[in-house]
Write a protein that binds this ligand. Structure first.
Ligand code: SAM
Length: 301
């Protein structure tokens, strides 16, 4: 079956717009200190507060054990057809354009959780003056990256890696990376292990190096669509295929990055209304787009 490609970026930006269905806005069922990208209507709030049953511990452990297998099967089923090429990265993140302006400046990029390369190949196609280290959990995804017509050893190095376990320094020289990208990857990692993934990236970043982050935000349409029986924990769900997704608040993300030693540069919700062709509806998308920086010098040094 041909899958329609996911586009999480197109469409109209509607910051702070009222819900379209006329239902009243209510305070979301989260701690008062947590900000949200959008306000839930009554129906949505009922759905979230009603869905409190968590997947059993046994099944949760199995999902964690089989996380790599489930992503690899995802790419077996979908090959390179699922995600759309992400052509918006240079528009949204000016750090990736620096090397266009200064030809002598070669940017070293780490694409952590690269999938089949939907972020890196548009960059290489623009002929940016970059070298890309690209890694993913799924061996099959890495193989797709290596088979791409734009892949060549002079400009990229792709390797398989579990960001939460395998030391990136085995494949990437210490402190050589100018910019790391984490695009819809941290959400796929168990919340207890997110910090390990960030610590791992921190080690290969240059002092002053930056992480560009984009991922699912709290109350994104994808979160509201999960049916009962798929909840793993607070803002954490499992899809039918066993892959998992976390939905971030700004505050949680900032704490995670600060815990790994990063300084926050920007951290904002991005709201979009996209037309969901299957459902024939306009649906509210919430993403979190952020930049964090490894300090130039360690404090006290
Ligand atoms: C939603 S996809 C995004 C892929 C790509 N960044 C993009 O924007 O198209 C999430 C990716 O994270 C990878 N991933 C999940 N857990 C990982 C881990 N622990 N270490 C490395 N990659 C992981 C998956 O294999 C998958 O390719």
């Amino acid at each position: 079956m041909a899958l329609s490609k996911q586009d999480d970026t197109a469409n109209v930006v509607l910051p702070g717009e009222e819900p379209k269905d006329g239902l009243p806005c209510l305070t979301p069922p989260v701690q008062s200190k947590t900000s949200t990208g959008r306000t839930l209507n009554e129906k949505e709030m009922e759905k979230l507060t009603g869905d409190q049953t968590l997947v059993s511990d046994f099944k949760q452990m199995k999902l964690e054990k089989e996380a790599q297998k489930n992503w690899d099967l995802f790419y077996k089923r979908n090959t390179t057809n699922f995600f759309k090429d992400r052509h918006w990265t240079t528009r949204e993140f000016e750090e990736l354009k620096v090397c266009l302006e200064f030809e002598a400046q070669k940017l070293v990029l780490l694409e952590a959780g690269c999938g089949v390369g939907n972020c890196i190949f548009p960059l290489l196609e623009e002929d940016l003056n970059i070298f890309v280290y690209a890694c993913d959990f799924s061996p099959r995804a890495v193989e797709f990256v290596k088979q791409h017509s734009l892949y060549c050893a002079e400009r990229c190095s792709a390797f398989q890696c579990d960001l939460t376990k395998d030391d990136l320094r085995g494949n990437v020289p210490v402190g050589c990376v100018d910019v790391a990208t984490l695009i819809f990857v941290l959400s796929a990692i168990h919340p207890d292990k997110m910090q390990q993934a960030l610590d791992n990236i921190y080690r290969v970043l240059k002092p002053g190096g930056i992480i560009l982050f984009r991922d699912y935000g709290l109350y994104d349409h994808a979160m509201m669509r999960f049916k009962a029986g798929n909840k793993l924990g607070e803002n954490f769900y499992v899809r039918q295929d066993g892959t998992r997704s976390y939905f971030f608040s700004k505050e949680l993300l900032a704490d995670l990055f600060r815990g790994a030693g990063f300084e926050m540069l920007t951290n904002d919700y991005v709201l979009r209304e996209t037309v969901n062709k299957k459902e024939g509806l306009c649906v509210p998308r919430v993403f979190l787009q952020s930049k964090f920086r490894k300090p130039d010098q360690l404090q006290g040094s």
